[in-house]
Write a protein that binds this ligand. Structure first.
Ligand code: ZN
Length: 449
């Protein structure tokens, strides 16, 4: 990890294409917050990663929630009186209200209508709807399809089961030199939706594989969990180890064509907030930084006041602000290899800053040390940088009083983090700096875990 903006030895376009292929493989699976769809997804990820699959039984109390019954579905349809499937789960798993209770009944269009969901504003798209915590059944269909339904006797069938079982999630720890952890969390509970869930899943998967190959100070914990209930369950079961999480990133919606956006943690100015903002600014003026709000993905749970972790969220176009969100139009053509590659690279860059963001002490703080006597004047980075490396050294020496990280110095001096880091390494090699080991607290005193 040497570069903060682009890990240049990586072929991001090729990796983006490979991630897109993996999205294509996972896309047809009918996932939900529990059930075989999540298991099948995690098993496929096990081809890439030594992922541990955990099962938590139905009925397990998890803070104010309870692990729900497990939902599985085999088939579902609405047939007209000629026996034709006018709505067919086999054509798209979005056609079924996710978590529908089983039903097999004949009924009129009038009876069926309250159970049908459409998007009149986008008449070709199928909406994605769920009913996890209220027993219901239903079908989602395009408005065009809906308008073709005539008075008839329909056979309605949802071959699903909602029974005691388990909540399934995947976890992988990539151990580093320290037990301080960086958490990477993505949701794995949506059926055939590409950007919303699968983009985060594949970027996390490729990050785990890449980070396993890199030297690292931090341990990286990857969670592939059902949204909301999965994060609540993990936090409930793992409460004693939460204090090891020093930084974290929720990955959601990282494959669309929009610019990258970073949502700050609840604390707002943690080290990962600053590292992410720094990296996104390097990427250009389009990248956006959003303040925390208690709405969104699993950052809501990690940033709940009882945990208050330094966890932000990386997305591209924020959820709910693009019409394709939670519809059949969030499909394979809505996510792009280039975007996936760029999101992956931005994550690596953020982690690279965190890995190298040391705090140092100037061992010769009374007046400037004589750099030329040590061969440091015009000795770093060649003589073609117009003195930039000397300036970086002077800034690092001046602010290395144990109270400034390298990122603090880069921001104040308006010098790239890479230059500041390089200067620190050279100065340390010459005995002019000594690293102090400052750990950022994982939780505030406001709400100890
Ligand atoms: Zn969603």
């Amino acid at each position: 990890m040497t570069n903060t903006t682009t890990p240049d030895k990586l072929d991001l376009e090729l990796l983006g294409q490979q991630m897109h292929v993996l999205i294509g493989e996972l896309y047809p699976i009918c996932r939900s917050i529990t059930g075989d769809g999540v298991r099948e997804t995690l098993r496929r990820l096990q081809h890439f990663l030594p992922l541990t699959i955990h099962e938590v039984p139905t009925g397990t109390p998890v803070f104010d929630w309870t692990v729900p019954r497990e939902w599985n579905i085999r088939d579902a349809y609405v047939k007209n009186s000629r026996g034709e499937r006018v709505i067919d789960f086999q054509k798209s798993n979005l056609h079924v209200l996710n978590y529908s209770i089983p039903i097999h009944k004949k009924m009129s269009l009038e009876e069926l209508k309250p159970h049908l969901f459409t998007l009149p504003d986008h008449p070709d798209w199928i909406p994605y709807r769920t009913s996890y915590y209220k027993e219901n059944w239903g079908f989602c269909l395009s408005d065009k399809q809906f308008l073709k339904l005539s008075e008839d006797e329909y056979e309605v069938s949802i071959e699903a089961s909602l029974k005691d079982g388990d909540l399934t999630y995947g976890e992988m720890l990539v151990p580093g030199r320290t037990t301080d952890e960086i958490l990477i969390s993505c949701h794995v509970c949506h059926p055939s939706l590409a950007n919303d869930n699968l983009s985060g899943v594949v970027v996390a998967c490729f990050l785990a594989r890449e980070l396993s190959q890199l030297p690292r100070r931090f341990s990286y914990r990857f969670l592939f969990i059902p949204g909301t209930i999965g994060a609540i369950t993990w936090l409930s079961i793992n409460e004693p180890r939460v204090s090891q999480i020093k930084h974290g990133l929720v990955l959601a919606g990282v494959g669309d064509a929009g610019p990258l956006s970073y949502k700050r943690s609840r604390r707002g100015d943690t080290e990962i907030d600053r590292a992410a903002v720094y990296v996104l600014r390097q990427l250009g003026p389009d990248a956006r930084v959003l303040d925390f709000s208690p709405y969104g993905y699993d950052e809501r749970q990690y940033c709940s006041p009882g945990f208050n972790l330094a966890v932000g969220r990386l997305s591209r176009t924020p959820h709910g602000t693009f019409p394709e969100y939670h519809t059949s139009a969030d499909n394979l053509s809505f996510v792009h290899p280039h975007s996936l590659g760029e999101s992956f690279s931005a994550c690596l860059s953020i982690f690279s800053v965190l890995e190298r963001n040391g705090t140092y002490l100037n061992t010769n703080p009374k007046c400037e040390p004589q750099l030329s006597a040590r061969g440091l004047y015009r000795a770093v980075g060649g003589s073609t940088d117009g003195g930039a490396s000397e300036l970086a050294m002077l800034w690092v020496l001046n602010l290395s009083d144990g109270g400034h990280t390298l990122l603090d110095i880069a921001e104040r001096a308006q010098i790239s983090f890479d230059s500041v880091h390089r200067a620190a390494i050279v100065l340390e090699e010459h005995g002019l700096l000594r690293e102090c080991f400052k750990q950022s607290p994982a939780v505030t005193s406001e709400a100890p875990v």
